[in-house]
Each structure stands twice: as C-alpha cells, then as structure tokens.
Design a protein around this ligand. Structure first.
Ligand SMILES: C=CC1=C(C)c2cc3[nH]c(cc4nc(cc5[nH]c(cc1n2)c(C)c5CCC(=O)O)C(CCC(=O)O)=C4C)c(C)c3C=C
Ligand SMILES: [Fe+2]
Ligand SMILES: [Fe+2]
Length: 339
C-alpha cells in the first residue's frame, strides 16, 4: 500500500472582502458541530442574523491581519506542510475544513499520486466537536462517496504527548527570554459549555464545575476543557512556573450561551486592574497564527491591557513552522509511515 498524509487546518476566507468572509462564515457556522442547533434553527440564526451583520465586522478584522501572500493561517499552514514534506518520504498534502482548499481536493491530490492509505492529521492539539470531530466526519463522508477503497487513519489529539509539551514549553521560554513578566496567560479558543457535555462519552462526568476535569475519567479522551487544562498544567510543570504566576482562560465566544470560562478579555482586564504591569499570553489551541491570535489577542487584548493600566503585553507566536515543531510532526509521520 502507498501511504500519504493529509494535514487539515480550519481555513480562512479567500480574501478579507465582506463577500468572501460571508461565504466562508456561512459554510463554517452552518456546520452542525460548530453551531449545534437543529438545521432550521441554525439556518435562521446564521442566515437570518449572523450573516447580516458579522461579515462586515469580521472583514475589517481580517483586513488588519491579512498578509500580501494571503491569510496568515493558510500561509503558515503551507509553510509547515512544505517544511514537513522536505523531511518525510511519503507525500504530504494540506487541506482546510472550510473554504476553497477542501478536504476533497486534498484527498484527490494524494489519490492522484497513487496513495491508498491516508494519515488524516487534524492540526489541533486538543479534541473538540467543532474542530477535530468535524474533520473526521467530513473525511469519512468523502471517503464513502468518492474513494471507497481508500484507508483512512487519523492522528488523535496530541495535547499530552511529552515531546509536544517539550516543544511548546521551549517555544514559550525562548520567546520570553529577556522579557520579565508577572503573569503568563494560557488562552484557548472557547466552546459553548454544551459542547463539552455532548462530547462526554460517560454522559455524566463533565459538570464543568472546576473539579471534573482533574478527576480521572474516560470522558477526557474527548473533553476539550480537560485537554486545555492539561496543556497548561504540563507546561507549567515543565517550566517550573510558580503557582499564581500563570492561569488559563478561553477566548472568542460568540452568542449568548455560556461558553467555557474564565473569558480571556475579562481576565486581561482583571489582571490590568489588579496592578499587573507585564503580562505574556500564549495560545496553545492554535497551531498557526490566525485572526484569533493576531487580532483578538495581539491587538485587542493588548489594547484592553493598556486601558487597564498594563504596560508590557507579550504575545507568544503559535508554533507555526518552527523547526522544532516541524521535526516533531515529521518524526510522528515517519514513525507511522514505517509501521
Ligand atoms: C459558534 C462558534 C464557534 C465555535 C464553537 C468555534 C470553535 C473553535 N474555533 C477554533 C479555531 C478558529 N476559529 C477561528 C475563527 C472563528 N471562529 C468562530 C466561531 C466558532 N469557533 C468564528 C465566527 C470565527 C471567524 C472570525 C470571526 O468572525 O470572529 C479561527 C481563525 C480563522 C482564520 O481565518 O484566521 C480559528 C483558527 C477552535 C480551535 C475551536 C474549538 C476548539
Ligand atoms: Fe473559532
Ligand atoms: Fe471534564
């Protein structure tokens, strides 16, 4: 059998113009694993409300971070793919769950090279219904419809792998070298609390009460909150961070449902109000820098901090195409391809 790899990230609009942003958000938010309402209610909310107002505001935000080569998330994912391809023998393709670089095109690219066994690699350290699960489901749908003979295996969430924690910790410490900080905030993309309960295979463990995620359970294989808290705990242990000098928060909430807390914007506000002058922020739910890190954190987050009296605000870049991260993913791919 000939093996190949499909890296999959979230995706971006084709351009930062409102019409492209609207098309992209329409596809993204109509995914029942992102907005998990019954179809009619989802369509009413997305098409009747969100898409009437949000594309203009989102387009303005995208314009602030857009690069000459395109969307940072796509460009950085392409750089990652091309560096990995130089290190491994099997073909490596790249796709996005939403937008023009579809999973169908990615699978086709591999099949055209004679691949009949694919390693599907969602570029997310933590499992979430709105990220990993929707990629797995989409790929399986496409396999059944277009490539029934293709074998697809997937890479599970890698949030607690020792070598990943080491690469992430080293990246954090190297970006903070010579930058004294009083507080390091680990900010993860949020999800509605309901998503955590839906992904709980035990149907009883996740109470989102602060302690369930620290109590061993088989629910944790699919518990986004547990996996985020574990990344913070493991990095803090590795870097020997002092209790109280770091914390976890969740960003990018949308709508009026309760999302995972504490919220990042309110946490930054609180830290500023409490007299913290130097803070750093790292965003380990994202492998590639994107709208949510470059605009919401590095621009808006910094502004909130300064308004509250804060002085130095250091945003640590995502792992992007860092050599250590490229080596890590290449090693995992090599191990799989040799088996
Ligand atoms: C109901 C909405 C959303 C859920 C649930 C959600 C989960 C989720 N998203 C990411 C990663 C990214 N999200 C990005 C942008 C983005 N996310 C939502 C909504 C939900 N995300 C929206 C509406 C947007 C678009 C921007 C905006 O209008 O604010 C991005 C950036 C994409 C880019 O082009 O740069 C990423 C990456 C994760 C990891 C996650 C759950 C864990
Ligand atoms: Fe998102
Ligand atoms: Fe949990």
């Amino acid at each position: 059998m000939k093996k190949g790899v499909l890296l999959v990230n979230l995706g971006s609009p084709d351009s930062p113009e409102p019409k492209d942003v609207k098309k992209y958000l329409g596809e993204f938010l109509m995914d029942g694993r992102v907005i998990d309402l019954p179809y009619t209610a989802r369509a009413l909310l997305v098409r009747g409300i969100i898409l009437k107002t949000r594309p203009k505001a989102s387009a303005a935000a995208y314009k602030k971070i857009w690069w000459e080569e395109g969307s940072p998330l796509i460009v950085l994912s392409e750089r990652l793919q091309s560096k990995i391809q130089k290190q491994v023998e099997v073909p490596v393709a790249l796709a996005m769950r939403y937008g023009s670089m579809t999973i169908l095109k990615g699978l086709q690219e591999l099949v055209d090279q004679g691949v009949d066994e694919v390693l599907l690699f969602p570029l997310y350290p933590q499992f979430a219904m709105a990220t990993t699960e929707t990629i797995l489901v989409k790929a399986e749908e496409l396999r059944k419809m277009h490539f029934p003979e293709l074998k697809i295996e997937s890479v599970p969430a890698f949030y607690n792998k020792t070598d990943y924690i080491e690469v992430l910790s080293n990246s954090i410490s190297s970006h903070l070298e010579g930058k004294p900080y009083e507080h390091l905030l680990f900010s993860y993309h949020g999800v509605p609390e309901r998503h955590i309960r839906k992904s709980d295979v035990t149907k009883s463990h996740c109470k989102i009460d602060g302690s369930c995620c620290a109590t061993p359970s088989k629910a944790h294989e699919f518990c986004y909150r547990h996996q985020c808290l574990e990344v913070t705990r493991l990095v803090a242990e590795k870097l020997q961070l002092k209790e109280g000098s770091y914390s976890t928060s969740f960003q990018s909430r949308l709508g009026f449902d309760p999302w995972l807390q504490p919220y990042t914007d309110r946490t930054i506000e609180r830290l500023g109000k409490e007299g913290i002058k130097n803070m750093a922020i790292v965003t380990p739910a994202f492998v590639s820098d994107c709208l949510e890190t470059l605009e919401e954190i590095a621009m808006e987050g910094e502004e909130i901090f300064h308004e509250m009296g804060g002085e130095a605000f250091t945003t640590i870049p995502c792992l992007n195409d860092d050599d250590a991260f490229v080596n890590l993913l290449s090693n995992w791919i090599q191990d799989w391809s040799k088996n």
